[in-house]
Design a protein around this ligand. Structure first.
Ligand code: FES
Length: 104
Protein backbone atom coordinates (compact mmCIF):
# COMPACT_ATOMS: atom_id res chain seq x y z
CA UNK A 1 0.00 0.00 0.00
CA UNK A 2 1.24 3.51 -0.84
CA UNK A 3 0.90 6.49 1.43
CA UNK A 4 1.87 10.17 1.20
CA UNK A 5 4.79 10.91 3.52
CA UNK A 6 5.72 14.39 4.77
CA UNK A 7 9.44 14.84 3.97
CA UNK A 8 10.16 18.58 4.29
CA UNK A 9 8.78 22.06 4.64
CA UNK A 10 7.85 23.58 1.29
CA UNK A 11 10.19 26.55 1.83
CA UNK A 12 13.17 24.17 1.97
CA UNK A 13 12.56 23.18 -1.65
CA UNK A 14 14.16 25.86 -3.79
CA UNK A 15 13.46 25.99 -7.52
CA UNK A 16 16.27 24.28 -9.43
CA UNK A 17 18.15 23.04 -6.35
CA UNK A 18 18.01 19.31 -5.49
CA UNK A 19 16.99 18.71 -1.86
CA UNK A 20 18.02 15.57 0.02
CA UNK A 21 15.34 14.12 2.31
CA UNK A 22 14.84 10.88 4.19
CA UNK A 23 11.68 8.81 4.22
CA UNK A 24 11.78 5.56 6.15
CA UNK A 25 14.94 3.73 5.09
CA UNK A 26 15.24 5.67 1.82
CA UNK A 27 17.38 8.67 0.98
CA UNK A 28 15.61 10.68 -1.70
CA UNK A 29 16.27 13.75 -3.80
CA UNK A 30 13.36 16.12 -4.40
CA UNK A 31 13.40 18.78 -7.12
CA UNK A 32 11.16 21.62 -8.20
CA UNK A 33 11.00 23.17 -11.64
CA UNK A 34 8.29 25.53 -12.92
CA UNK A 35 5.80 24.30 -10.34
CA UNK A 36 6.44 20.63 -11.04
CA UNK A 37 7.82 18.56 -8.16
CA UNK A 38 9.76 15.36 -8.81
CA UNK A 39 11.52 12.83 -6.61
CA UNK A 40 14.11 10.11 -7.21
CA UNK A 41 15.99 7.74 -4.98
CA UNK A 42 19.32 9.48 -4.30
CA UNK A 43 21.36 6.65 -5.79
CA UNK A 44 22.88 6.35 -9.25
CA UNK A 45 22.37 2.88 -10.69
CA UNK A 46 25.81 2.90 -12.34
CA UNK A 47 27.93 2.84 -9.19
CA UNK A 48 25.95 4.37 -6.34
CA UNK A 49 26.79 8.05 -6.88
CA UNK A 50 24.77 10.65 -4.93
CA UNK A 51 22.43 12.11 -7.56
CA UNK A 52 21.54 15.01 -5.25
CA UNK A 53 25.05 16.38 -5.77
CA UNK A 54 24.63 16.37 -9.54
CA UNK A 55 23.40 18.91 -12.04
CA UNK A 56 19.61 19.42 -12.34
CA UNK A 57 18.43 21.10 -15.54
CA UNK A 58 14.68 20.89 -14.95
CA UNK A 59 14.11 17.64 -16.82
CA UNK A 60 17.16 15.58 -15.98
CA UNK A 61 19.54 15.04 -13.09
CA UNK A 62 23.16 14.18 -13.94
CA UNK A 63 25.23 11.99 -11.64
CA UNK A 64 28.25 13.92 -10.29
CA UNK A 65 30.56 10.91 -10.59
CA UNK A 66 30.50 9.86 -14.25
CA UNK A 67 27.75 12.03 -15.71
CA UNK A 68 24.90 9.60 -16.37
CA UNK A 69 21.61 11.50 -16.78
CA UNK A 70 18.28 10.38 -15.35
CA UNK A 71 14.77 11.54 -16.23
CA UNK A 72 13.50 13.22 -13.04
CA UNK A 73 9.89 12.15 -13.63
CA UNK A 74 10.39 8.50 -14.54
CA UNK A 75 13.87 7.69 -13.21
CA UNK A 76 14.84 6.35 -16.64
CA UNK A 77 18.58 6.25 -17.33
CA UNK A 78 18.99 8.45 -20.41
CA UNK A 79 22.75 8.34 -20.93
CA UNK A 80 25.68 6.00 -20.29
CA UNK A 81 27.28 4.74 -18.20
CA UNK A 82 23.99 4.06 -16.34
CA UNK A 83 21.70 1.55 -18.05
CA UNK A 84 19.14 0.85 -15.32
CA UNK A 85 16.51 3.29 -14.02
CA UNK A 86 16.66 4.70 -10.53
CA UNK A 87 13.46 4.62 -8.51
CA UNK A 88 11.05 7.50 -9.09
CA UNK A 89 8.36 8.62 -6.66
CA UNK A 90 5.32 10.85 -7.02
CA UNK A 91 5.78 14.10 -5.12
CA UNK A 92 3.70 17.20 -4.41
CA UNK A 93 3.53 20.36 -2.33
CA UNK A 94 0.44 20.72 -0.18
CA UNK A 95 -0.36 22.63 3.01
CA UNK A 96 3.14 24.10 3.10
CA UNK A 97 4.83 20.69 3.10
CA UNK A 98 6.58 18.47 0.55
CA UNK A 99 4.95 15.04 0.25
CA UNK A 100 6.28 11.86 -1.38
CA UNK A 101 4.18 8.81 -2.22
CA UNK A 102 5.95 5.89 -0.54
CA UNK A 103 5.20 2.18 -0.76
CA UNK A 104 4.64 0.65 2.68
S1 FES B 1 28.15 6.44 -10.31
FE1 FES B 1 26.76 7.67 -11.44
S2 FES B 1 27.51 7.66 -13.49
FE2 FES B 1 28.89 6.41 -12.38
Amino acid sequence: MADWTDVAAAEELIEGEPLVVEAGDCVLVVMSHRGQVSCLEDVCTHDGGPLSEGCFDGGTLACPRHGAKFDVQTGEALTMPATQPTKAFSAKIEDGRVWVLMEE
